[in-house]
Design a protein around this ligand. Structure first.
Ligand code: ADP
Length: 462
């Protein structure tokens, strides 16, 4: 049966509370009652033993008669609420207490209204008579009859005690159950309220409202984590949504520009407005190449997906590797007259994927080249400690704005300054670098000052 979580928790807690209270209440009530009845039975037997021994003591051996102290028996009858009758062997009655001693019970209890109310409808049970022999040294010389009400001959105090006991159990059970119900309401609300809030956020996200956030106040660690995760999810979806929109508009813009140029040129040639000169055909060709490059960038997506797979590690001399990459790139940097310095502090062989390492450094250096103005400076620093390889690529280029900073590692993200200038970037260079560094269990950090330069720092465990 489907049920709301709140109702389910409430029912479960309440059932447990009621069950526990009922079981403990009933078990302890019956256990205490049993013990009390046992005590009363023993007491009752002791009372009768005392009466029998008193009667036996009154036996006069010389005269062979029972000299019973009737006042004493009368007192016993009143004290113990018993009917006492003594007969000799021939059945003649020697003593009989009046039934007054047990009359309060027969008359419906209590002597005044308050007592009667307190006693309630307590049932004393059936009238019982028991017979006992009166004997000395196995010589029976009389018979004692004891009459009383109920199983254990409860007296007035016993009845009050028993009914108070039952009442106390009932009151404590009712209080415990009420307490259990209140606690179960509080607990189930404490669990369901945050879940209801989280569900609302999920519904909003499902309907495309990625800006939604909800600070769920709860002292349940798991629920707090769930709420944080949902907020984080909304934030990531929001970010991805923004990136997707940005990418789509970039792509549309980049395809539209060469296509419009091509279309205009072709129409003008077809209409005979311009001549299909070599120069014009060449510029059309350049536009076609731009479109082709664009499709190549789209192809990069699949490369990116595989970037961190299949590491082919071997021992690599980092120092030599860096120098060879830098020397290969030096002619490119020379084109913009950018100074390219190397600061290699340690030499060491490191277990690494050579090609992927090359790709990381080339991507970072290409960016440094792209985003550094003519006559700028780029420095590559390398430090190898016992545990870590650190490489730093610093430039005094255009820097990264605070708005771009959170997104530069996102696929296809290009900073505003990169989009507005002809840098030839595709927005996946840093994404590839990050996934390759992470594939080596390393990390990448960036510090940058807009207009002043950037520092990219990679750490890889040795
Ligand atoms: P792109 O192909 O646009 O260079 P990347 O993923 O390599 O793509 O870089 C993402 C963005 O990060 C760039 O568009 C640029 O805005 C910024 N960026 C990367 N490296 C640098 C750098 N050295 N200096 C300034 N901005 C940089």
């Amino acid at each position: 049966m489907k049920m709301k979580l709140g109702k389910k928790l409430f029912l479960a807690f309440t059932l447990v509370a009621v069950g526990v209270v009922l079981i403990t209440g009933i078990v302890s009530k019956y256990r205490i009652n049993d013990k009390f009845d046992e005590y009363l039975t023993n007491q009752h037997e002791d009372d009768i033993k005392i009466i029998i021994s008193k009667i036996e003591e009154s036996y006069d051996e010389d005269d062979n008669v029972l000299n019973i102290d009737t006042n004493m028996l009368k007192d016993y009858a009143y004290i113990y609420n018993l009917y006492i009758k003594v007969n000799d062997l021939d059945g003649r009655e020697i003593y009989s207490s009046s039934k007054e001693s047990i009359i309060p019970k027969m008359n419906g209890l209590g002597k005044n209204r308050t007592e009667k109310n307190m006693m309630g409808n307590y049932n004393f049970g059936e009238y019982i008579e028991e017979k006992y022999d009166i004997s000395i040294d196995s010589n029976v010389f009389g018979e004692l009859t004891i009459g009383y009400f109920g199983v254990n001959n409860l007296n007035y105090q016993d009845v009050i005690f028993k009914s108070t006991l039952t009442e106390s159990f009932l009151i404590s059970m009712i209080i415990a159950i009420a307490f259990g119900i209140i606690i179960s309401i509080i607990i189930s609300k404490g669990i369901t309220n945050p879940i209801i809030k989280i569900t609302k956020v999920c519904h909003k996200i499902r309907n495309g409202d990625y800006k939604t956030r909800e600070e769920v106040k709860t002292n349940t660690i798991e629920l707090e984590e769930l709420s944080n995760s949902i907020n984080y999810l909304a934030e990531s979806l929001d970010k991805q949504d923004m990136l997707r929109k940005r990418l789509t508009s970039d792509m549309a813009h980049e395809i539209r520009t060469p296509l419009t140029t091509l279309q205009n040129s072709m129409e003008a040639i077809l209409d005979g407005i311009i001549e299909p000169t070599n120069n014009r055909i060449e510029s059309c060709h350049e536009e076609i190449i731009r479109i082709a490059k664009l499709t190549d960038r789209l192809k990069d997506i699949s490369n990116l997906e595989q970037a961190n797979l299949n590491l082919n590690k071997s021992k690599v001399e980092i120092e030599q590797e860096l120098i060879s990459i830098i020397e290969n790139m030096r002619p490119l940097f020379a084109k913009k007259n950018i100074e390219l310095d190397v600061d290699i502090r340690d030499k060491s062989e490191i277990f690494i994927d050579r090609d992927k390492f090359k790709q990381i450094i080339i991507n970072l250096l290409s960016n440094a080249y792209r985003y550094t103005n003519e006559n700028g400076k780029v420095v590559v620093k390398e430090i190898i400690s016992k545990k870590m390889l650190e490489i730093e690529i610093c430039d005094n280029g255009i820097g990264i704005s605070n708005e771009d900073m959170p997104y530069i590692f996102e696929r296809f993200y290009r900073g505003d300054s990169s989009r507005s200038r002809e840098t030839g970037g595709s927005g996946i260079g840093l994404t590839i670098v990050k996934s390759l560094v992470e594939a080596h269990d390393g990390k990448i950090e960036v510090m940058s000052q807009f207009g002043k330069g950037s520092v990219f720092k990679i750490y890889m465990p040795v």
